[in-house]
Design a protein around this ligand. Sequence first.
Ligand SMILES: Nc1ncnc2c1ncn2[C@@H]1O[C@H](COP(=O)(O)OP(=O)(O)OP(=O)(O)O)[C@@H](O)[C@H]1O
Ligand SMILES: [Mg+2]
Length: 468
Amino acid sequence: MTPDEPTMEHELAGWNPFKRKPPAAAKAPRQQAAPTAVVKPLVREAHRRAPESGTLPRFNTTASDQMSGRSADRFSAVRAKLRHAFTPSQPVADRRLFAGRDDVLKTIIRSIEDQRLHVVLYGERGIGKTSLLHILTQAATEARYIVVYTSCGANSNFDETFRAAAAEIPLLFHSGFSPTGSEAEKGASLADLLPNEPLTPRKFGDLSARLTGTRVLIILDEFDRAESSAFRRDVAEVIKNLSDRLGRVQLVLAGVAADLTELVEHIPSIRRNIFALRVPKMSESEVLEIVANGEREADLKFDSQASAFVVEVARGSPYIANLICHHAGHAALDAGRSTVTPADVASAVDRTIQEFQGRIATPAQQHVRRLFDQGRQDVLAMTSRASLSADGVFDAHDVETVNTISARKAQDAIEVLLSENLLKPMAGGESGARYAFVEEGLPTLIWMIWAQRNLNREATAPRAATAS
Ligand SMILES: Nc1ncnc2c1ncn2[C@@H]1O[C@H](COP(=O)(O)OP(=O)(O)OP(=O)(O)O)[C@@H](O)[C@H]1O
Ligand SMILES: [Mg+2]
């Protein structure tokens, strides 16, 4: 790159994302129960303030998603669309908003369809497992599969989960019943054939082996939340049973795990019958697709530097990409623009830091900030980058390659954070010792603080406004 080529630093120059707005007029102190003598003046005071109550925050849309006329500004419609365009707190179920993942989906579909395998999807929190399952459900439903989606909980048990699944399978697909028979006509299901005693994997397998003319996918999302080892054992058992009997029912399990064995106990018995896939980080172009989908959906434009900035901050996480785009979009609208600038992305980073702070224990946060203030930001940034790219558990080699630094420097960075008790050793991998941050949210918080501080430092000259 020549010195004159525009860089993000040039684009960001001069603008200070951290310049705070002047403080709003001080709010009236909270009124406490007061002796009668002072009640009257307070009441009069309340009357005087009454007209101002029109300035209190209001909802912009009604519960039926209609614009509330009173609060409509010129961007109200865009604001309403923005809510659907970037959904950091919900999985994506709309194909128009589902970015990338072509290869992952193709691989899952091939293993279900061609190899008749059961599928285990695993990966870090927020990487997009549930969204993938939603889109897989749509594709399978289009191919006339019966799809039963279940989100597991701490108390999930085999009987309840598979009884509910059986209730979704019409009896007309059971080979022992005629599709025109009276039971099938009455809308009976496989659940009507189940015994009163607790359902066993064998019984469920027996019934599934009698299915004809359809295929069933039973999706067990959040499988890691199920605490009962009996449930996990029974699920492994049913996978074995279904596979041995060439049943027309296939299972898809998904959950948070650094590796597969964490997710499925009793794995050796079913290893041949499952296809396991770790949901990878998103590529740069996949994150850009999230931005582009949202732009189209919300009628907003991210300028190219703002998009590049989102990619840099998200580091392959669709969750962070959605969160940052959501806040950045609102920041632009608040400033009266329909073009999102790097400044808006930076203020979105501020908002994200505030949100993450609520999720991490205060001493750990203070510790991290102290280290930043002591000039250890490189050590923090390098290790958090390695952690984010390796689903939380990383080794010195990850630190070395992700940051293109020497092995020695990578090891030093790890030593510093081990001595600060911010890293903990994990069970060793093939290439030696592995580590994780002591709290799950720390690497993201550190990465955001790094982005915030560095952008601030790089902002040295005024940037032309790109108001629309
Ligand atoms: N392919 C995608 N395109 C656009 N946004 C996505 C995609 N995948 C995930 N997201 C977004 O990322 C966030 C996390 O997605 P999702 O809930 O599917 O992840 P998850 O792995 O199931 O998370 P958890 O482990 O918490 O259950 C959501 O905000 C979702 O909107
Ligand atoms: Mg999920």
